[in-house]
Design a protein around this ligand. Structure first.
Ligand code: ZN
Length: 214
């Protein structure tokens, strides 16, 4: 939040502008209004030969945890372009987008997440500066207890389940068990139903879940 006007440099103050219904930071001198709107984050579930791309974060927050390649939408680009750009920046892979897959709204942090489903023709990866490692994971190798955010787990679980259930992938709205950005998804914060769901979809052939799993 800027304390000074971006047009003339004078101090701004909070006031309800004429015709508006909420307080805005407004310049005392020239009247310029600062609008602060929610941010859009775009991520992708990328597949190559049945494996899914995950990136290990090299930076805070959630350093060393695995996440879907993604980031903030930039001015002047479409969300699909953002999805492709982020995968290239973070993992060095060129992808084609198959379809829009999931939305997750986070009004408490004023962010909207959009997740695309995409495909990479090669498995060659080149991790970018914000990523310590980019890797392909088979569904039964996903590092479930080292995922950066609950949304990543929820998106992957739904995705694998949808793939098993139907060839026609539906668009989904994530319920996100807890805050996506600020919450640390400790074991107990991942809902029981989500765990059951992961168990059902990936480990039904095993008596016990594999080592390292919840
Ligand atoms: Zn001003």
């Amino acid at each position: 939040m800027n304390r000074f006007c971006s047009s003339c440099g004078s101090a701004v103050h909070l006031t309800v502008p004429p015709g508006d219904d909420r307080e805005r930071h407004t310049c005392s001198d020239c009247g310029t209004i600062q609008y602060h709107n929610p941010r859009v984050v775009v991520a992708s579930i990328v597949e190559a030969q049945g494996e899914v791309l995950l990136c290990q974060r090299a930076i805070a927050p959630r350093r060393n945890f695995w996440t879907l390649p993604g980031g903030f939408l930039e001015y002047g680009e479409t969300t699909e372009q953002a999805a492709q750009r982020e995968v290239f920046e973070e993992a060095g892979a060129r992808i084609t987008i198959d379809r829009f897959y999931m939305m997750c709204e986070q009004p408490d942090v004023s962010e909207v997440y959009l997740i695309y489903q995409g495909r990479s023709l090669t498995k060659d990866l080149q991790p970018g500066p914000e990523v310590s490692c980019a890797e392909w994971f088979a569904p039964n190798e996903i590092p479930w207890n080292s995922l950066a955010y609950p949304l990543v787990a929820e998106a992957l679980v739904m995705y694998f389940e949808d793939k098993v259930r139907s060839s026609e992938m539906p668009a989904r709205i994530a319920s996100h068990p807890k805050g996506v950005v600020s919450a640390v998804p400790r074991r107990q914060e991942v809902s029981k139903s989500l765990r059951r769901s992961i168990r059902r979809s990936h480990f039904s052939h095993l008596k016990e879940p594999p080592d390292g799993y919840w």
